[in-house]
Design a protein. Structure first.
Length: 208
């Protein structure tokens, strides 16, 4: 599907019905924008970690298609100095949650998306191998939208039903010297309540 495909409205993106992950690792109701920035996970790897990120392109600017084009390897800078610095960058995530709650999927959860970079969790390095990456359209400096929390909770429940997940972390938890996302405005307790997550799944600092 082209990254220029029409976006669904907020009412659809933030609906409260259950989501379903298909056997091929694609979410049935997500808008699909396939990314070439992925590869096979190591054989026999259990997908047991969910990683939460934030992203906006250019920084602090919401809307538009720059994030999708970055992940799809079709980004043009259009004269923007920051976007020009991303030329040739090969990154992706499994999912993007737009400000209106729309869910966009770039990579099957059975494949390894390139979202975590140099990272470590529970004594294991290379979190891309065993994690699912979810990007929230946002930044470290503004609150996330209500619709994003709704969509994130629904997506988390769908992933829990299909994968052996056992923990949720922010990018900053697995790459603390490099990353700060999802940032201070991400409400961990709100997310945990909505997704019905046990406290032991959360970063220690976020546990009630």
């Amino acid at each position: 599907m082209s990254v220029a495909a029409p976006r669904r409205g907020a009412a659809q993106g933030a609906a409260t019905g259950a989501l379903a992950l298909r056997a091929d690792g694609w979410l049935a109701s997500a808008r699909r924008v396939p990314s070439p920035h992925c590869d096979a996970r190591p054989p026999g790897t259990a997908i047991d970690l969910l990683l939460i990120h934030n992203i906006s392109l250019p920084p602090g600017v919401f809307g538009g298609d720059a994030i999708e084009r970055l992940f799809a390897s079709t980004l043009a800078d259009g004269g923007d100095p920051f976007l020009a610095t991303l030329r040739g960058l090969r990154v992706s995530a499994h999912f993007l949650l737009r400000r209106d709650g729309e869910i966009v999927q770039f990579v099957s959860v059975h494949e390894r998306a390139w979202h975590a970079g140099a990272s470590r969790f529970a004594g294991r390095v290379g979190c891309n191998d065993f994690s699912v990456g979810i990007e929230l359209e946002g930044s470290d400096f503004v609150p996330f939208a209500d619709a994003q929390y709704t969509a994130l909770a629904r997506l988390t429940r769908a992933l829990r039903a299909a994968l052996p997940l056992a923990a949720v972390r922010g990018h900053s938890d697995v790459a603390p010297c490099r990353k700060t996302d999802p940032g201070p405005f991400f409400d961990w307790p709100r997310y945990a309540r909505a997704a019905r997550l046990p406290a032991r799944w959360l970063p220690p600092a976020a546990r009630a």
